[in-house]
Write a protein that binds this ligand. Structure first.
Ligand SMILES: *Cc1c(COP(=O)(O)O)cnc(C)c1O
Length: 230
């Protein structure tokens, strides 16, 4: 299978799941996760029509961005972000999915160049409440959202989650549903200060995309099903 075939199949799956769960395909964006795959593979996917790519490691993202400057790629950062690495990220991506503390958000807002639109942000929620995972705990999420809404160069879009690995479909769904409910809670509790309700649920990977779409994912982050194993 080529990257082009895989993209075609993934797109068809998104369409089929959208239909199955009474969603509009237009509300589900495919983010191609290219970590540990070459710039050449990204170029191949781009030539097949995929324009949004997600990367997890700052150095790797910057190298690929440099190599692929000629292409109009929409870069998303989806990995753990340390405060000493925020500046470059604020300059090259349109989205950061993994904000889980105010310090990082403040730096991204301060460092977002004036000539670019506000940086789209998702708060990463530790939805399975695992000690080892990054992400803010559900109980602290509304407060962090409130603080991020005060930062001028960020646009808070919604929530992102990486649930603990789970193969049972109903259990996958139950976890994603918690993320969706938490987003609605933020929309209700912060209605008076939100310009627009949060519109983004970044959830669903190669192994749990159907469950995520069933529960309202608006960005699915797909690596293996497009580029193969890493
Ligand atoms: C690697 C990764 C993905 C893609 O996972 P696959 O199982 O390869 O589809 C999605 N999101 C994040 C945050 C990742 O690190």
């Amino acid at each position: 299978m080529t990257i082009r075939d895989n993209l075609q199949i993934t797109g068809a799956n998104i369409q089929a799941f959208a239909k199955k769960y009474h969603r509009s395909t237009a509300d589900i964006q495919l983010l191609a996760v290219s970590k540990k795959h070459s710039a050449q593979s990204i170029q191949t996917a781009f030539e097949a029509g995929q324009t949004s790519f997600g990367e997890n490691y700052v150095q790797e993202l910057l190298e690929k961005e440099e190599q692929l400057k000629a292409l109009e790629i929409d870069w998303h950062f989806i990995g753990p972000l340390q405060s000493n690495k925020t500046k470059k990220i604020a300059q090259v991506v349109s989205w950061v999915h993994t904000v889980d503390r105010l310090k990082i958000a403040k730096r991204l807002s301060e460092q977002r160049p004036d000539n670019l639109p506000p940086l789209s942000i998702c708060i990463q929620v530790n939805i399975s409440a695992e000690e080892s995972k990054s992400g803010v705990l559900p109980k602290d999420t509304v407060q962090l959202a409130k603080q991020i809404l005060e930062l001028p160069r960020l646009k808070l879009r919604g929530l992102m989650a990486i649930p603990a690995p789970e193969t049972d479909f109903e259990k996958q769904r139950a976890t994603f549903k918690k993320v969706a409910v938490l987003k609605e809670k933020i929309n209700e509790e912060l209605a008076s200060i939100l310009e627009n309700p949060l519109d983004t649920l970044s959830m669903g990977m190669s192994g749990d995309m159907e469950a995520a779409i069933a529960e309202g994912a608006t960005i699915v982050r797909i690596g293996t099903a497009i580029f193969g194993t890493r």
